[in-house]
Ligand binder design. Sequence first.
Ligand code: ARG
Length: 579
Amino acid sequence: MTDALSIIAARITDAIAGAFGEQWAETDPIVRPSQNPKFGDYQANVAMSLGKKLGQNPRAVAEAIVARFETDGLCEKPEVAGPGFINIKLTHAFLAEAAQKLAGDPKLGVEPAETPQSIVVDYSSPNLAKEMHVGHLRSTIIGDAIVRVLEALGHEVVRQNHVGDWGTQFGMLIEHMIDSGAAEGETHIADLNEFYQAAKRRFDADAGFNERSRQRVVSLQGGDEQTLALWDKLVHESVRHADEVYTRLGVLLQDDDLQGESTYNDALPKVIEDLDAKNLLEESDGAKVVFPQGFIGKDDEPMPLIVQKSDGGYLYATTDLAAVRYRSDELDVDRIVYVTDARQKQHIAMMLAVARAAGFVRESVRTDHVTFGMVLGEDNKPFKTRAGGTVKLMDLLGDSARRAAAIVREKTPDLTDAQMAEVAEVVGIGAIKYADLSSDRNKDYVFSWQRMLALEGNTAPYMQYAYARVRSIFRKAGVDGPPAGAAVTVTEPAERALVLQLLQIGPTVRSVADNLEPHHLCGYLYDLAKAFSRFFESCPVIKAPDGATRDSRLLLCDTTARALELVLGLLGIKVLQRM
Ligand code: ARG
């Protein structure tokens, strides 16, 4: 690693080893960019934890670390502050050299991980035979960003769209498909929601239909060929709808990534058998259940995970056990990431506990559950249409592009119609994604057009605008890019602040790959855009005092634009040369 943060951490580690002996060098030094640049550029708080372990005064520990710290070319002598913080101010020369290296690096410091892993990301995963609605937005968008971050670090990602393509509702849907003519040849289902609702109405009201639907479920589960063919058609119709949404959203999911619940059907009996063989199965009211350790309900009783109903039917949990086993054994991955709403927290935790107890997951496999809150309307209630219905994703995306068009038309009236359409789509889709990704995912967030499309603040349009503004500097300067051989110099405070921000890309992306919290990328973008704004206000570029400074600043501008583009790209958001 060559970024400042890693270099500082390494030198602190060396200083600890020198001052207190090798055995303490393992202590994670935790170096952070300083919140207050007056104190320096970075701050380390290792002296507090180390002091505690050593039973020594943390300030004295900090002094001892500083005394051994090799500043050599990197920084001025670090200063100890408060209870034992170590403040570090980098030299101009180091910053200039680091910025120069960064500018010459196509990856801008986002280096491949030392040990690339193979990682399953299970995301989007809608229940089929219903049109995708706003509830599916978050898993799809957050999952996509996580996939992009992991891939940028050189990991091999196996995308798994664990769609709900199996279950008793398919009986009634298939019967309705036959009756409505949708089972014929090339017939498409135009509106999946209406189709589903019509089937449900008949299922509830018409005893004959109800009975046929139940029989159809039996045929489906019994593997009847004609029924399976009809089921297949229904699944494809649903997938076609989902694909339209994926394409318009610009997420990476492909048909190849579909690995629905139905793919695990044949593996389910063996799941039960093996749980039994491990003595994990118990009977409860005729159902087969497992009591994973550590799960106690409100009544102080152990909580069961039901894996087979009393009628022999399998459940969501059974399929998930088969899936996790497949991912560990067949796909042979190092890590599995689930992206679902927070209400599934307990389900996933219990299921994984059972999988671990049964040995369905290799011990070394890391599992993460990426949970998220709800999308709320401006009334703070679950987001609905004005009429109180579920918001279809496709309608939402169209709406966003239309609203974006109105804003862009006002700001930049001279775009052609074709340019306008492109800008509106990129801004509209970007705004929706960014609004979702920029809020701490565990919280609910309020869906507000006004906020997400604002040209100021932590929004996609602001970042896209910042990008286009940098590009316009080059147009005004009459050059394509920074001059070859431009050398970075860092003297003005605003230049320093910008460079420090640029150097944070690598560490930020690496930390997101670990904590899977994409809002840190948005926070990064916002800080970068603000640092650039300040730089641009206080450091003339085209009218720089001399040619060398102008070249240096042009290079910083270009690097900033590339950084914005790269990080927005990790969020699945596009940039525009003009907007
Ligand atoms: N189909 C589920 C739902 O809509 C989400 C599936 C998530 N993935 C999993 N392996 N359980 O709630």
